[in-house]
Design a binder for this molecule. Structure first.
Ligand code: 2RA
Length: 330
């Protein structure tokens, strides 16, 4: 099994390599791909050195799977080239997510939709992934009518430059390179990605549109407010759900606890609830503060935290690859 990692030197690409190694993915050859300026440099994987190659060389090596995290324009240009050469692409950019001919997959929710014909598969947005993992068991049981979500997103979602801006500001360096329009340390910024015509941001519209596609139910109504906060470990989300039917709170908790990929941390008597510092470098989705919304019938509040670089990106992509291998779809 030959695996290419396109964007191997980036924040998510680096985590993809780490996750492949940690999960002992059954690969026989690794093909790290990056821009021309990195070609020839070496990365170490399982104690062995691999030279970084460019796109053309990687395509000529005919990988079975290519994990992409190299931005939308690069994916739009090169993913079809890999697919034409027989490679199955799993892409972490937003390029293909809302393409009706492409699957948008969170394994715990809709991996069953995948087939051998899927040669370009979209990895959803990090803030969407962690939310739908928790929504799915509850939607199946009680049918979700509406979701209101507010997010508290790590600077790692923006990339290295944002982490550097926050760390510089924390050290009192206020004239360093800026990833955001404003200081992020000791601040929050209620804008992630650019604004669109309806006053929402692209990040908020991704959560709305991607959730409906992954859940396979356009009747679900959603609204979102996505906010950048100065943390590293992962994204947090306050989620309010209105169901078509009433629910039993103990049963909600049990459903979540029984769902693969979810860890319920919900013991307020002992101040136990999910936090980014505890989700950091983990692959699960952490759910807590589960409580009835007493202002509305059939409505629930919960708090969802996950490492946006792992389950929100790299691990979800590797889990899709694992599913394809397990089901013989490669
Ligand atoms: C962010 N979800 O957090 C977006 C992209 N990673 O910036």
């Amino acid at each position: 099994m030959k695996i290419a990692v396109v964007g191997a030197t980036g924040l998510v690409g680096t985590v993809m390599l780490k996750v492949l190694e940690e999960r002992n993915f059954p690969l026989t050859e690794l093909i790290p791909v990056a821009s021309e300026k990195s070609v020839g440099k070496e990365i170490t994987f399982k104690g062995k050195k691999y030279a970084i190659v460019n796109m053309d060389t990687a395509i000529s090596m005919r990988p079975d799977i290519a994990l992409f995290s190299a931005g939308g324009s690069t994916s739009l240009e090169h993913a079809p080239r890999f697919a034409e050469a027989g490679t199955t692409v799993i892409d972490n950019s937003s390029a293909w997510r809302m393409d009706p001919s492409k699957k948008l997959v969170v394994p715990e929710v809709n991996a069953h939709e995948l087939s051998i014909d899927d040669k370009i598969i979209a990895n959803p947005n990090c803030s969407t992934i962690q939310m739908v993992v928790a929504l799915k068991p509850l939607h199946d049981k009680y049918k979700i009518k509406r979701v209101v979500v507010s997010t508290y997103q790590s600077v790692t979602g923006t990339g290295v430059k944002a982490v550097e801006q926050m760390m510089n500001e924390r050290k009192g360096i206020l004239d360093g390179p800026m990833a955001y329009a404003y200081p992020i340390d000791l601040n929050v910024i209620p804008q992630i990605d650019v604004f669109v015509d309806n006053g929402y941001t692209k990040e908020e519209m991704k959560m709305i549109n991607e959730t409906r596609k992954i859940m396979g139910d356009d009747s679900i109504r959603l609204t979102a407010t996505t906010v950048r906060i100065p943390v590293m470990g992962g994204h947090s989300e306050s989620v309010n759900i209105e169901f078509e039917n009433d629910f039993d709170l103990a049963e909600v908790r049990e459903l979540l606890e029984k769902t693969d990929g979810i860890i319920v941390v919900d013991d307020i008597a002992n101040l136990k609830y999910p936090m980014p510092k505890d989700a950091h470098e983990k692959d699960e989705v952490f759910v807590g503060r589960i409580r009835r919304d007493e202002s509305m019938p059939n409505s629930l509040n919960m708090w969802i935290v996950a490492d946006n670089l792992r389950k929100g990106a790299a691990t979800n992509a590797v889990q899709i690859a694992e599913f394809l291998v397990k089901k013989g779809l490669i």
